[in-house]
Design a protein around this ligand. Structure first.
Ligand SMILES: O=C(CO)[C@H](O)[C@H](O)COP(=O)(O)O
Ligand SMILES: [Fe+2]
Length: 214
């Protein structure tokens, strides 16, 4: 069954613990934690100190999505803060060598590593890393903001990644504009994890929202 990872970007930060408990009770599998630096994307969210506090009050799997330039500079802080998985963007990396080094560096710390592609980046550009990563994150909106509409070219990318699994161990996650309808299209294409921010947090009944995604 598909996993659901609500994005805390859409939570009420003044009531964060309450919202984390709520999504857990509603059946969420992971917590998706969106880090934005105002440079790689035109928005600023939060850094590792809030992750550290979250990790103290939850036992849920912490799925950290870094939308930042120079991820190598900051990953150790996110690992120390309790990340279970760190996903960085291939577009933030200077070249193949630094991308491979960062994948290895994160895995050497004993946590999972993911690689993400923006809507305009093709699967071909990351095919060479598929033997090494634990997860590929397909962005179905331009990274930077919650509440945007799903971009359908993500479906073909998910289908292509699914066909490239071939015994490899990576799983496929999609992020941006996910609701019951777009989530179903992604599941039919072979996705493993659905990230959903506004659809879960703005729902009157988050259990129904998460059930509808599963
Ligand atoms: O990475 C992200 C934005 O860059 C968020 O995870 C994503 O947008 C979730 O929000 P929504 O489900 O409301 O689209
Ligand atoms: Fe995200």
């Amino acid at each position: 069954m598909v996993k659901v990872a609500p994005s805390v970007l859409s939570a009420n930060f003044a009531e964060l613990k309450k919202d984390l408990d709520m999504i857990k009770a509603c059946g969420a599998d992971w917590i998706h934690y969106d880090v934005m630096d105002g440079h790689f994307v035109p928005n600023i969210s939060f850094g590792y100190s809030i992750l550290k506090d979250i990790s103290k009050v939850t036992d849920m799997y912490l799925d950290v999505h870094l939308m930042i330039s120079h991820p190598m500079k900051y990953v150790d802080e996110f690992i120390k803060a309790g990340a279970s998985l760190i996903t960085f963007h291939v577009e933030a990396m200077a070249n193949e060598t630094s991308t491979r080094e960062l994948i290895q560096h994160i895995q050497n710390q004993g946590i999972h590593v993911g690689l993400s592609i923006k809507p305009t980046t093709q699967v071909d550009e990351i095919e060479k890393y598929l033997d090494d990563v634990d997860l590929v994150l397909v962005m179905s909106v331009e990274p930077g903001f919650g509440g945007q509409s799903f971009q359908h070219q993500a479906i073909d990318k998910i289908r292509k990644l699914h066909s490239l699994k071939n015994g490899r161990h990576f799983i496929i996650e999609v992020d941006g504009g996910i609701n019951a309808e777009t989530g179903l299209l992604c599941k039919e294409a072979g996705v493993d994890v659905l990230v959903a921010g506004s659809y879960v947090f703005q729902a009157d009944n988050c259990q129904k929202a998460i059930d509808s995604l599963k």
